[in-house]
Ligand binder design. Sequence first.
Ligand code: MD3
Ligand code: FE
Length: 205
Amino acid sequence: RQVALSPGATLLRGFASDQAEALLHTLTPLLRAAPFRHMITPGGRRMSVTMTSCGAWGWMSDQAGYRYTSTDPATHAPWPAMPPLLHHLTCRSAATAGFEGFTPNSCLINRYEAGTRMALHQDKDEGDTTHPIVSVSLGLPIFFLWGGLQRSDQPRPVLLEHGDILVWGGKARLHYHGVKPLRPGLHPLTGPVRLNLTFRYVAKD
Ligand code: MD3
Ligand code: FE
């Protein structure tokens, strides 16, 4: 169930399956405090995926650019705390993939409805790319697009299913990636959507 996608990138198939229901349960109060919203890109376009965050730092985007903030721009309240269950699962996943000692201080939660997608991009707003990123997929399956270090490198589709965890570090950390539009469907635990949680270490004080 452990697949090496490339140096630094490990797919832990079904690693979160047994805990998926509990994970979704811990998200409920958090999503009430910090609801999903569409972010605006620096170019002025509304992203199709809706997002929110928990942990000390939350990712946001508006006309001024991409950045991490300690408060939710929608409410001006601190982002909800990261539930211990999520924190522990992330530490365990990172260690399983060879990144012992990884401690996330940010969790970005992406919500995909049918037809929504994420364009090819690099994750480079964290200030320190020596730490891995851990991603947890819940709900409907989606084709993840795994590219290379150049935007022009032809991406390879990888199916991500409910309970799958991806760990990206080392050489893979700055690879371009995205996801194909979500196919319509109904998942027993999430209904018509896919949720993706990405855990990061943001180097800010
Ligand atoms: C490869 N999310 O939130 S998760 C993102 O499915 C993001 O919601 C996608 O890309 C999603 O930034 C993909 C897998 C992932 C996350 C971070 C990566 C792959 C990565 C960082 C570097 C390389
Ligand atoms: Fe990304």
